[in-house]
Ligand binder design. Structure first.
Ligand SMILES: Cc1ncc(COP(=O)(O)O)c(C=O)c1O
Length: 421
């Protein structure tokens, strides 16, 4: 009989969003009169339409594909030059980062890239993640066999072999580099789920750590467009020494509303080396290029034109307006949660608001209270790791109408939680 990948059997995660859906469905069944009032602020999916510049560029590209003279077949596996140039210029050179178009690898998004990147890294690597964590970093490493079994008891939700870096309110949910060794460390700033951002000196400490440890940083900048503080770096390559130690993921999902279009990219600098089992050192760029040439035929041409259009003059303005819209949602939600007497994090440089649960409730108790009493769906913080216990996340990706309604309901949370005891 064919053997399966037994590492998949270790996965205890994948529990969060199905469990949220199960609880919402059961509430709606139990209270059908309240079901139409339910507003979902749980999942980080955008709600607003695509920027016009992207729509027009994709439409024109489809027309090109429909005419013999302008038809195009397979694209280059790592992206057309026009989009890689637009990215290198728009996201890096304009910020003083030394990244060239051939170091940009266009893809169908950061989630697939987070999985694919592990194909070019060796067996037995030790991985460090912050807790709370975007669960994809953990689960992809479990699937790739870089961890031991799922742990139980006080460590339930964690896996043997992963180095978890606990964060909390005291450090602003920004992990410091560990004294222990890891081969790979994941950094996500602005952070999902906490909305935290890392300062230049905090990122410099990570880059220095990676040099000392001969480690690689995987820097996920999916939310960089939400940075409002001019002192906060948008890219790890703004930090001296990062070209030798860091890979960066970028996504068009939250800056250009591309969650359904699907496009993103990974930066792998030619100066980033990793060692082979015989100790010789090789550029990962060559392996990543080879991986793309073998495993993919690239991103569809209309999508590449759509992504390029986000860097046009009009496209930039439209993306800015989109991001501002969600940031205003985040401000409204944050102020309602503060009015309810909760401690609030994030929401300033990120589309996620992270709040303490009322009255010392656990994350799932707060989830149930907010669902049952206010008919609002949030995300329990404990679903992102044990350091998320006692917190919940509210996503600012929603219509203004919904955000105003959710804000009005959340303001009553202090009263509600006392009354429901
Ligand atoms: C931190 C982080 N990285 C990556 C992604 C996935 O991005 P994409 O839509 O490009 O796959 C998300 C989506 O929510 C995210 O929160």
């Amino acid at each position: 009989m064919a053997r399966l990948n037994h590492h998949f059997l270790k996965l205890s995660a994948g529990y969060l969003f199905p469990e949220i859906a199960r609880r919402v469905a059961s509430f709606e069944k139990e209270c059908p009169d309240l079901a139409p009032r339910v507003i979902r602020c749980g999942i980080g999916d955008v709600t607003e339409p695509l920027p016009r510049a992207a729509v027009e560029a994709m439409r024109a590209a489809v027309d090109e594909m429909g005419a013999r003279d302008t038809f195009r077949g397979y694209p280059p596996a790592t992206g057309h030059d026009f989009v890689r140039h637009a990215i290198a210029e728009g996201d890096f050179r304009s910020r003083g980062c030394d990244i060239s178009p051939d170091e940009i690898f266009l893809s169908d998004g950061s989630k697939p890239d987070a999985s694919a990147i592990l194909e070019i890294l060796g067996d037995g690597i030790r991985v460090a993640v912050a807790d709370p964590v975007y669960p994809v970093y953990v689960d992809t490493n479990v699937m790739a066999g870089h961890t031991g079994a799922a742990l139980t008891g006080a460590d339930a939700g964690r896996y043997a072999g992963i180095l978890y870096l606990d964060t909390g309110a005291a450090d602003g949910f920004v992990a410091a580099p560990p004294s222990a060794h890891a081969d790979i460390a994941y950094l996500c700033f602005p952070n999902n789920p906490t909305g935290a951002v890392a300062t230049r000196s905090q990122l410099q400490a990570w880059v220095d750590w990676a040099h000392r440890q001969d480690a690689i940083l995987i820097f996920d900048a999916a939310y960089e467009a939400y940075i409002t503080d001019p002192a906060i770096p948008h890219s790890i390559y703004e930090i001296p020494g990062a070209r030798e130690v860091a890979i960066e993921f970028r996504s068009f999902s939250k800056v250009g509303g591309f969650t359904g279009v699907r496009a993103g990219y990974t930066v792998v600098p030619t100066s980033l080396l990793a060692s082979s089992i015989d100790g010789s050192r090789h550029p990962l760029h060559a392996l990543w290029s080879r991986r793309w040439a073998t495993c993919s035929n690239g991103v569809s041409y209309p999508v590449q034109r759509g992504a390029e259009a986000l860097y046009s003059y009009a496209g930039r303005a439209q993306c800015r307006a989109l991001v501002e819209f969600y940031l205003e949602n985040a401000r409204l939600l944050s102020s309602s949660l503060r009015e309810a007497g909760l401690r609030v994090f994030g929401g300033v440089n990120a589309p996620y608001v992270w709040a303490t649960c009322p009255d010392g409730l656990t994350s799932w108790q707060a989830f149930d209270l907010i669902l049952r009493e206010l008919q609002v769906v949030v995300t329990p913080g404990s679903g992102f790791g044990r350091c998320g216990e006692g917190y919940f996340r509210v996503s600012a990706f929603n219509s203004r109408e919904n955000v105003l309604e959710v804000g009005a309901r959340l303001k009553t949370l202090a009263r509600t939680s006392v009354a429901s005891r």
